[in-house]
Design a binder for this molecule. Structure first.
Ligand code: NAI
Length: 294
């Protein structure tokens, strides 16, 4: 497998896919970005352009580098246009059967040594790989939101993932300026597994009315050095993403009480209080931009 990945396909141009496309393009890769929703690509390109413009305005990036990054992202409408990719990473909907169908389709398009990576936060990379003809080329490449600022990424090795695929992803992670953490495939991998404790305990304390969410966030920011407290993070990610992740991890650990989700989160999800994306989560974002703070 190629250890110097330069041609990258990204499937799914939502919050994560557009960020992955941006960091890869900024590191000099040529990126093809695909989405099944017609307006998603245009929105993704606009969002990358805005983010780069902000970096230029703040003096963190030259206009020439911003232009070069944007020019390396090609929005494409069909998967078959990814036929020359050395790596394809998916950031589509968090449903195993949909991701499996995508990888099967991609295997018929991409070269035999192209790595297929998944940005899943909670699904089994092993099960995704098992549906492929060549499971050795399948690995997890799990970023955090927002991708351009959270400079850590998990590289997940499933039992049948080739070491060369892991090494190539670690090398690319370094090139894009992310710290790569190699993990084996287990529910929630490392970061979401460890982070569960803060989110779940925070939700329990709120549900029991021990303390308000602002207080809990403030404690973790001030005393524990967190950049964001659990409720700020839940609002940024959105309960539509976080609640299924909590439920999936709990299920994969056979209902272990340590991972039991708190019903308050599902109730708020059902009420549509998703977070920044609905302008109302644990905090109110009325009149504020929906983008994450820089
Ligand atoms: P999103 O909903 O913002 O974007 C998903 C995009 O994929 C949408 O534009 C949708 O049109 C497109 N899509 C859906 N099915 C498709 C298909 N079959 N083919 C092509 N495009 C398709 O979702 P987001 O938040 O970017 O998440 C994407 C993935 O990344 C999920 O697996 C999620 O669990 C994972 N993830 C999300 C994080 C987050 O904080 N949002 C953090 C880490 C991982």
């Amino acid at each position: 497998m190629n250890q110097d990945l330069r041609k990258v396909g990204v499937v799914g141009a939502g919050a994560m896919g557009r960020g992955i496309a941006q960091v890869c393009a900024a590191a000099g890769c040529s990126v093809q970005l695909v989405d099944s929703a017609t307006d998603a690509l245009a929105r993704a390109i606009d969002s990358v352009r805005d983010d780069l413009s902000q970096a230029v305005a703040k003096g963190r990036l030259s206009q020439a580098d911003a232009d070069a990054t944007l020019s390396r992202i090609e929005p494409v409408s069909e998967l078959k246009q990814l036929s020359g990719c050395e790596l394809v990473v998916e950031a589509i909907v968090e449903k195993l059967e949909v991701k499996q169908a995508l990888f099967k389709e991609l295997e018929a398009i991409v070269p035999a040594d192209c790595i297929l990576a998944t940005n899943t936060s909670s699904l089994s990379v092993t099960a995704l790989a098992a549906a492929c003809a060549s499971p050795e080329r399948v690995a997890g490449w799990h970023f955090f939101n927002p991708v351009t600022r959270m400079r850590v990424v998990e590289v997940i090795q499933a039992p049948r993932t080739a070491l060369e695929a892991v090494q190539a992803l670690v090398s690319l992670s370094k090139r894009i300026g992310h710290r790569a953490v190699v993990t084996s495939d287990s529910p929630g991998f490392v970061v979401n597994h460890a982070g569960r404790a803060f989110v779940t305990e925070g939700l329990k304390l709120l549900a029991e009315r021990t303390a308000e969410h602002q207080v809990l966030d403030g404690i973790l920011r001030t005393c524990a050095g967190f950049r964001m407290g659990p409720f700020e993070l839940l609002d940024l990610t959105g309960l539509d993403v976080s609640v299924p992740v909590m439920e999936s991890i709990h299920g994969q650990y056979y209902g272990d009480d340590r991972y039991r989700p708190v019903t308050l989160a599902r109730t708020r999800l059902l009420a549509g209080l998703l977070g920044r994306k609905t302008r109302q989560g644990f905090y109110s974002y009325e009149g504020k931009p929906a983008a994450p703070p820089s």
